[in-house]
Design a protein around this ligand. Structure first.
Ligand SMILES: Nc1ncnc2c1ncn2[C@@H]1O[C@H](COP(=O)(O)OP(=O)(O)O)[C@@H](O)[C@H]1O
Ligand SMILES: [Mg+2]
Length: 268
């Protein structure tokens, strides 16, 4: 068994989680992108995200937000706001124009998904999500590190490479006014374990990072998993150096222990 298989297919690992009725409630509704799917999703949710199925680093993501009903009545044509992870433009337009714009923006050679937008909790007015680094050094998955990523001002994604600021998890959750922070953190830990177990039993993984979120009502959500996660820069930014040291030592242990069983090595 190889130490790690690279998986970059948002729809595929969503499907793995959807097989488990309990886990499925933490996965935002996701469809393959098509004009019809986008139209249906905009009828169902006030915010939707359009994302490449296999990209990462917050590339090529578009957010479409419905204008609140009372405004829409007065501004017949301006029902939707469009924002992008890769440029600063903001557009306000009708449904027909949304479709035209999105089709124009996306790469016709790539597969995209359209996903229910989560109303991310905020820190200092900017949305944040949670990066959880999971390792499986033996039989069990463990949480080696976690932190919050606060989006750069006016950015729709919380990727570190797109300017997000890193905070200790409890600091971000506390500031958001979640009184029962202990309870929420325990739930998050339990959920991360269950998700890793499900994904790890399907894919060949010992290292993975989960992008999770807490919404403004305190509900937890799974956004995506990364099988080849970036972690160095963001975990190094934390004042507490213990977490980073733990990540490095567990990661090195895994890479050393399981490298020997790599099929390519056996042939030699
Ligand atoms: N459904 C969503 N609702 C709210 N925010 C989202 C949603 N999907 C993505 N985002 C934001 O965009 C970021 C990047 O999305 P993600 O699916 O992790 O793609 P990537 O592979 O490019 O990192 C997330 O970390 C989050 O901040
Ligand atoms: Mg991500």
């Amino acid at each position: 068994m190889a130490v790690q298989k690279y998986v970059s297919n948002k729809m595929k690992y969503n499907k793995v989680l959807l097989k488990d009725p309990w886990l499925s409630s933490y996965v935002p509704k996701t469809l393959w992108f098509s004009v019809t799917a986008l139209e249906d999703m905009l009828k169902a949710y006030p915010v939707v995200f359009i994302k490449p199925n296999s990209n990462h680093k917050g590339n090529q993501i578009i957010r479409v937000k419905s204008t609140p009903q009372q405004w829409a009545q007065f501004r017949e044509k301006s029902f939707y706001e469009l924002r992008y992870s890769y440029k600063e433009d903001v557009k306000t337009c009708s449904l027909k124009e949304v479709m035209k714009e999105v089709v124009n923006e996306i790469n016709p050679n790539k597969k995209y998904i359209v996903q229910q937008g989560i109303d991310l909790a905020t820190f200092d007015g900017s949305p944040f999500d949670l990066r959880i680094l999971m390792h499986k050094p033996g039989e069990r998955w463990q949480i080696s590190g976690w932190l919050a990523r606060v989006a750069k001002k006016d950015q729709i994604v919380t990727n570190h490479i797109r300017g997000a600021k890193v905070l200790p998890l409890d600091q971000a959750l506390k500031d958001n006014g979640h009184v029962n922070i202990v309870d929420l953190t325990m739930k998050l830990g339990d959920l991360a374990q269950r998700i890793s177990l499900a994904l790890g039993s399907y894919f060949d993984l010992r290292i993975l990072a989960l992008d999770m979120a807490v919404d403004n009502d305190g509900n937890l959500w799974f956004i995506e998993m990364n099988s080849s996660p970036m972690f160095r820069k963001m975990f190094k930014e934390l004042k507490n150096k213990e977490m980073y040291a733990n990540i490095i030592s567990t990661r090195n242990y895994i890479l050393k222990k399981y490298k020997r069983t790599h099929p390519k090595k056996k042939v030699k």
